[in-house]
Design a protein around this ligand. Structure first.
Ligand code: CP
Length: 326
């Protein structure tokens, strides 16, 4: 196993080179095979990772907890609300102290634009163990690397010329973070995929992330385009990734954002829209999906859907990230 990534923070994919991201994908593939064959792979015996959550989770928490157990280590779950962080303990003190107890710190802090990424960078500045981003306001790099692994499993290693639609979709449930679409538009063009981003005008992503997506696409010789039509984005797409997100300026007033979203109830991924895509296209979603609003049951449970393979790959990729960095 390569030693060059030991101690590295994994906060955005943008800070990792293509070769380094390839190492994660290769290690993920190796660990997936080991698990399928029932072979031991105790690469982190007796090591501890702290999982600090400022938000809810099913896949991320459980893939990290199960993953480190399978690697021979142990996870401590920390709910920010029941720790001294809720009384105002600083990121500096938290980072230094957890570093003295274990070998890694993973953080989810995704609900407030401008806060989560800055918080984890402050922890990382003081911690002398790797800090892993389990989703912030800017990126969800554990999700997007699992998405990339899934796309490669379906289409092969050479993704050049594939078209991916990253689209906003309607939900009345809650204002979801911007980090998944931002992570997708910045990562996928680097690996040869042409990306079309679709959203109603109010649901724009952080301008800085859109700028990075454009720059990445230009450097890789791929396309990055935007549209305000879900249908246009879906036309001829090989991969569709429709999901909801909130309004950048309204995360402090989520009800207002949900009210605006009601204008766009027709932004649902249904069979009619899927018929616009390539016949062998895949439907992806990071989950949880809002069935009946973001997507119909027929699509999410249908032949195009790869959501369970995608969710499974969260396990293999987070194990790879821990094994390479801790
Ligand atoms: N996709 C994802 O991050 O799922 P959770 O919110 O359940 O962790």
């Amino acid at each position: 196993m390569s030693e060059n990534l030991k101690g590295r923070d994994y906060i955005t994919t943008q800070e990792w080179t293509l070769d380094e991201l390839e190492e994660i994908l290769e290690m993920s593939r190796f660990l997936k095979e080991k698990r399928k064959m029932g072979l031991p792979h105790n690469l982190l015996t007796d090591k501890t990772i702290f999982l600090l959550f400022f938000d809810k989770s099913t896949r991320t928490r459980n893939s990290f907890e199960a993953g480190i157990t399978q690697l021979g280590g142990h996870a401590h779950f920390i709910d920010s609300e029941t720790s001294q962080i809720a009384h105002g303990e600083s990121a500096k003190d938290t980072g230094i102290i957890l570093s003295r107890y274990g070998e890694g710190i993973a953080i989810r802090h995704d609900l407030v634009p401008g806060e989560g990424n800055a918080y984890m960078r402050e922890v990382a500045k003081w911690a002398d163990v790797p800090v892993i981003n389990m989703q912030c306001d800017i990126d969800h790099p554990c999700q997007t690397i699992a998405d990339l692994m899934t796309i490669r499993e379906k289409f092969g290693k050479n993704l050049k010329g594939l078209k991916m639609a990253v689209s906003w979709a309607y939900t009345p449930s809650y204002a979801k973070p911007l980090s998944v679409p931002q992570g997708l538009i910045t990562l996928m063009p680097r690996f040869g995929i042409d990306v079309v981003l679709a959203h109603p005008p109010e649901f724009r992503l952080m301008p800085e992330q859109v700028k990075i997506a454009k720059k990445n696409a230009a450097a890789a010789g791929t396309k990055f385009e935007t549209t305000d039509s879900m249908e246009d984005a879906f036309r001829g797409a090989d991969i569709v990734y429709p999901k909801s997100w909130g309004i950048l300026e309204l995360f402090g007033e989520p009800q207002k954002a949900l009210e605006i979203g009601k204008k766009y109830k027709n932004w649902i991924c249904d069979e009619k829209k899927m018929q616009l895509t390539h016949k062998d296209s895949i439907y992806m979603h990071c989950l949880p999906a809002d069935r009946g609003n973001e997507v119909t049951d027929k699509v999410i449970d249908g032949s195009h859907s790869v959501i369970y393979d995608e969710a499974e790959n969260r396990l293999h990729t987070c194990k790879a990230i821990m094994a390479l960095t801790m």
